[in-house]
Design a protein around this ligand. Structure first.
Ligand SMILES: O=P(O)(O)O[C@@H]1C[C@H](O)[C@@H](CO)O1
Ligand SMILES: Nc1nc2[nH]cnc2c(=O)[nH]1
Length: 265
């Protein structure tokens, strides 16, 4: 029986063979609404289909491309960019959700940038506002870790990297990201509960990936793109097409943020 860690090593070996890059340095996961920003990361790249690598599945959510890019950045670093993620609500298991993270670690990445599209609880964060993740609340009731694997999660979202991000864009706010299992959006009462718990952002990804990244010893930066006001904060109904539209509208700003930030990591 292949363990998730062995499968990640296998995927990293195929990645190296297909890209000719023995060691990658920084991984990025582009969530809903972030895809249009990918070109800001560099034009010198090799692109693969996720299904070219062991353990990956095809994209199952609009706005996720099913592609992986190995980018040689202008500053000479090797970026491993997942233009797609597997969500816990797709029912493929938590191992599938964190496989890209474990593959990135096995490929040599010491840093990972996790991005997502989410709902905002703060009315001042209009759609298109990026928010740095200071901490998270995992409401999925699960973990990618099994057994007596007591991983510490203090400073999970690197204060150093958040400081770097703010040096690139001083207007960036921070917030606590709450992962719901999904795929349904929250009720207004659930959004209110998330706020009472200390949450500022509601989404359906990222926290499980961050836990796996910490287990692998990676330094983590999380950035949410507020694509909509969370349910009940405004009286507007929620729709994934609105999430993707907000991403398209924010593409230039998200591209500039990643393009300026990544070379400094
Ligand atoms: O991959 P992310 O978390 O950015 O995608 C969010 C959460 C759901 O997958 C989708 C709902 O609109 O957007
Ligand atoms: N859970 C959740 N995920 C989102 N992704 C984009 N918007 C939302 C939202 O309002 N809630």
């Amino acid at each position: 029986m292949t363990t998730p860690y062995e499968l990640a090593k296998d995927a990293a070996a195929v990645l190296a063979a297909k890209t000719g890059v023995e060691k990658h340095d920084i991984a990025l996961v582009l969530g809903s609404g972030w895809l249009p920003a990918v070109d800001a990361l560099g034009e010198d790249y090799t692109e693969l289909a996720t299904t070219d690598l062991p353990g990956f599945s095809a994209a199952a959510v609009a706005g996720h491309s099913g592609k992986i890019r190995s980018i040689r950045s202008a500053s000479g670093r090797n970026l491993l960019v997942f233009l797609s993620r597997t969500h816990y609500y797709e029912g493929k298991g938590v191992e599938a959700v964190v496989h890209p993270v474990r593959t990135a670690a096995a490929a040599g990445c010491s840093t990972i940038v996790l991005t997502n599209g989410c709902g905002g609880l703060n009315p001042a964060w209009s759609p298109g506002t990026p928010v740095l993740i200071r901490d998270h609340i995992n409401l999925t009731a699960t973990s990618p870790l099994v057994g007596a694997n007591f991983v510490d999660l203090t400073d999970l979202y690197s204060a150093r990297l958040r400081g770097l991000a703010k040096s690139v864009d001083a207007s960036l706010d921070e917030g606590v990201y709450v992962q719901f299992p999904g795929p349904h959006y929250e009720t207004p009462a659930e959004v209110k509960m998330a706020g009472i718990l200390g949450g500022d952002l509601v989404g359906m990804s990222t926290t499980l990936e961050a836990i796996a990244a910490r287990e692998a010893g990676m330094e983590i930066l999380g950035i949410s793109l507020v694509t909509n006001l969370a349910a009940g904060i405004s009286d507007q109904p929620l729709d994934h097409s609105e999430v993707l539209e907000a991403g398209r509208a924010a593409a230039a700003r998200m591209g500039a943020l990643l393009g300026d930030l990544v070379p400094q990591i």
